[in-house]
Design a protein around this ligand. Structure first.
Ligand code: HEM
Length: 50
């Protein structure tokens, strides 16, 4: 996850699909605004630092 860009993580949260097309988690597109998704990317990065 550390190696992924913010854009890749935001996309993953929106559609829940990995690069090879596997559904990994529920898609949050339509449930979260772009801004909220960006905030979550920042939050998930914070968790990774600990
Ligand atoms: C807003 C809430 C959520 C956020 C921000 C979030 C975020 C993430 C992130 C950043 C990843 C890692 C992606 C990667 O490794 O590239 C991930 C993976 C995953 N998430 Fe979520 N997630 C959320 C909700 C959920 C929910 C509700 C579920 C299940 C009901 C779920 C199930 C999973 C699974 C199964 C994976 C894949 C783990 C693996 O790599 O094997 N997520 N999530």
């Amino acid at each position: 996850m550390q190696k992924k860009t913010d854009d890749e993580l935001a996309k993953f949260i929106s559609d829940g699909v990995s690069k090879d097309g596997k559904v990994m988690m529920p898609a949050y597109e339509g449930k979260l605004s772009d801004e909220k998704t960006r905030d979550l990317v920042k939050y998930v990065r914070e968790l990774g630092k600990k």
